[in-house]
Design a protein around this ligand. Structure first.
Ligand SMILES: O=C(CO)[C@H](O)[C@H](O)COP(=O)(O)O
Length: 325
């Protein structure tokens, strides 16, 4: 007698709209949503029992969280405003907001993108570029960049930033400095008056590994008594090792010191063994913050603050020149 078929309902596939809380696939690039309706099929389980595998007819598309929408709003709007046809060498930052930057660049189409080269700020952005089929270059081949877009951990009223929450700040700073225009994209939580208000982990300091203990003493003497070596989480014991093979010290400083980030940057940078400091002072042309209400706050380097309607999330790519500031 033939065995009666088992019915197994597969879990619905989840598209880009379900990327919450992080939009990253394994490689850090948002997965594309599948709108294709799949057919039921018959397969055979162990023992030869026929199994009917029923795919859901309409994949369930979950909503992005408010935070993810805000990141995407900032990223898409900044790309529309600053990445134009004439821009051929583009720096790609790191973090969870940057995949949306790449997503929007891809939407500008192959015609524009095949004439461009994209430079990564680390392993994650390198993967993003490659997976998006964009041309990969490096800053040693292209030391002059048209535009770099990057995330930030916090941005103050003067566009000074804390960066390095993802331990990529050495390369991020090189690509920021090499760029004619450096643009920051973030959700509304990163927008503050004084650095250290919302990002409490401290100033990320990339250091030569053999010098870390001495540097910890020196950073304590500079005023950060709680400075500590950043330890890896999850599947690795020991400290975080950067893409450059270095360690990271996280150094929280009091508000008074954070009110003058440039002065603090200079002091930390002078310590022997410091490779780079995650304080980016007077570098950004503008910072884009996606807000929960669908607007984008733009802080400009000259002190102007604008509130604009963000690029609609389901909007098709626009002629970016039409939106140029
Ligand atoms: O500096 C960085 C990595 O070194 C990131 O840009 C920063 O941590 C912001 O990341 P996210 O977009 O995930 O908030």
């Amino acid at each position: 007698m033939a065995a009666s078929p088992l019915i197994i309902r597969r879990r619905p596939s989840i598209g880009a709209g379900a990327l919450s809380p992080s939009p990253l696939s394994l490689t850090g690039f948002p997965t594309s949503s599948s709108s294709a309706t799949q057919q039921a099929g018959i397969t055979t389980a162990a023992g030869g029992v026929p199994v009917a595998v029923v795919e859901p007819l309409a994949p369930v598309k979950q909503e992005l969280s408010v935070i993810e929408k805000s990141k995407r709003l900032a990223a898409w709007t900044a790309v529309d405003h600053h990445i134009h046809e004439e821009h051929k060498v583009i720096g790609i930052g790191s973090g969870s907001t940057v995949p949306y930057v790449v997503e929007r660049i891809v939407q500008q189409g192959e015609k524009l993108n095949h004439e461009r080269v994209f430079l990564p700020t680390g392993f994650q952005s390198k993967e993003l570029i490659v997976k998006a089929n964009l041309r990969l270059g490096d800053v040693d081949q292209y030391p002059s960049i048209d535009v770099t877009i990057d995330g930030a951990d916090e941005v103050d009223h003067d566009l000074n930033c804390i960066k390095g929450g993802g331990a990529c700040h050495l390369r991020e700073k090189v690509l920021a400095e090499a760029a004619e225009t450096w643009i920051v994209v973030a959700d509304y939580r990163k927008n503050s008056d004084v650095l250290g208000t919302t990002y409490k982990q401290g100033v990320p300091i990339e250091v030569a590994p053999f010098a870390y203990a001495k540097l910890l003493q020196n950073v304590h003497l500079l005023g950060s008594e709680n400075a500590c070596l950043r330890m890896a989480k999850g599947g690795k014991a020991g400290p975080v090792v950067t893409d450059n093979g270095n360690f990271v010290i996280d150094a929280p400083f009091d508000e008074e010191m954070m009110r003058d980030p440039h002065e603090l940057l200079t002091k930390i940078k002078m310590l022997t063994g410091v490779v780079e400091v995650g304080l980016f002072c007077h570098m950004a042309q503008a910072a884009y913050f996606g807000n929960a209400d669908g607007s984008v706050t733009i802080k400009w380097h000259d002190g102007r603050v604008e509130q604009v309607k963000g690029t609609e999330l389901d909007e098709s790519p626009v002629d970016s020149k039409a939106n140029a500031q």
